[in-house]
Design a protein around this ligand. Sequence first.
Ligand SMILES: Cc1cc2nc3c(=O)[nH]c(=O)nc-3n(C[C@H](O)[C@H](O)[C@H](O)COP(=O)(O)OP(=O)(O)OC[C@H]3O[C@@H](n4cnc5c(N)ncnc54)[C@H](O)[C@@H]3O)c2cc1C
Length: 504
Amino acid sequence: MTKQSVEKEKVIVVGAGPAGLTAAYMLMKKGYTPLVLEADSTYVGGISRTASYKGFNFDIGGHRFFSKAKEVESLWSEILPDDMLERQRKSRIYFNKKFLAYPLKPVDAFLALGPLEAALCAKSYLESKIHPIASPANFEDVIVNSFGRRLFEHFFKTYTEKVWGMPCSEISADWAKQRIKGLSLRAAVLDAFTSPLKKRLTKKKPADTQNVVTTLIDTFRYPRKGPGMLWEAAAEKIAAGGGEIKMGHRVTRLKMSDGGKWNVSTLDADGGKHNFSADYVISSAPLSETIKAVTPVVPDNIVAAANGLRYRDFLTVALVVKDRQLFDDNWIYIQDPGTVVGRIQNFKAWSPEMVPSAELNCYGLEYFCTEGDPLWEEEDAKLIELGTKELISLGLAHEGDIRDGAVVRMPKAYPVYDDAYATHVDTIKSFIHARCPGLFMVGRNGMHRYNNQDHSMVTAMLTVENIVTHSQRYDPWQVNEDAHYIESGKTGDASIYSAPSKKK
Ligand SMILES: Cc1cc2nc3c(=O)[nH]c(=O)nc-3n(C[C@H](O)[C@H](O)[C@H](O)COP(=O)(O)OP(=O)(O)OC[C@H]3O[C@@H](n4cnc5c(N)ncnc54)[C@H](O)[C@@H]3O)c2cc1C
């Protein structure tokens, strides 16, 4: 260790996903020697990992790299200077037994619905504008107010309920607001008509041409071997800079000592127990799990709030198929009540290097489920059978095309926004602020936020800035809420440090 690093406080980072690795990387650049404790024995990258099976690489979902925050865009370029591809988005939606462009083009929607139903949808849209639901209380109300009831029924209800496994009326309005931030029917329609023209008129690089609504972005970056490539490079740089990443170490206890230090206990894959000590702990592990690991034991109301936080889980059936080039979309949403699969990824379309053979391709069939439910518990062979059957019935592969398959289960892929989540998060957050000095939550499950990688990274960057300046200049909990630098402006255009905010 250098003299400088001995003088810095010791920081333990829980989790080697985008948030944890960003925190460790930023600390390392400031001369700290962070210790990262990661529960997974094999993969860094968390949900943004790239899984590998016999040389076929696939994401947990498909991960677009896109951010309004310039610090995030530059960090990605710094970590992986030569391996980021610029990709054009192509995605469709399977609706009424037809594949339609997504984002939906009005003419396609019109043809798929038929003239009578399209007219009824227009009427219902106008009704929702004239007589909106007075106090929209949940996802359903917000979407009905924005698009009309009939479009809600056609294009939102089935898929959303498949993703979340609960009625739209029980999903918080926050999620709808976040998901469709800035997206009105008028914006979607205008985008559908004007973006081909805009593309023809401008010769600028795709990533910096225009203000965009996140849901509609049509270009993005992607590491040539998947998102895991970037996070593995980050891990290597952290280690080269003096930091340490211990894989297969699940944090089980966070003990506050009288002297203000934190003792962090882990369990390794063989059941071995380990202890580490730090001045600060930055945790990207789920908020519910982190707070229940704190000792002295937290009060009952905090445990109850932690137990009230819910998650939705996810599994990918990766199928190795003969490549007949039947479709070139990055992904297709399956909006069909008779089909279990929610979305299908085409990994060769993300990057040719995801697949080690010209004759084969790898499709990721995404199933939304809940840990312990019949889908989650199903044997891998049966899931591969289900995926094969559904892929063929959708016309995306022929009988006999499927050569192999693998299943990856991802617990806690989605923090659930139900009626009670915001209150639970506030309760736990206030307790941490008041009673756990030196413990900082970051990231998606760490803050129970439906974050993309960039928002997770920003929470880590702001937390590190507070630690190294020994200040509370930034409030990472505001990221994704009222942080204007994230949701407006052009790609990579705004600074995350331009809007200091007081802790709430
Ligand atoms: C289907 C899907 C598609 C997505 N698509 C995109 C996309 O296109 N673009 C995008 O930017 N984002 C996308 N995301 C979101 C992205 O995956 C997340 O925002 C990002 O991975 C969150 O990073 P994180 O570090 O906060 O959390 P995570 O990725 O969850 O990482 C947390 C890490 O902590 C570890 N951990 C948990 N508990 C413990 C413990 N007790 N001890 C030690 N370690 C622990 C976990 O193993 C994990 O490695 C998608 C997510 C999903 C589910």
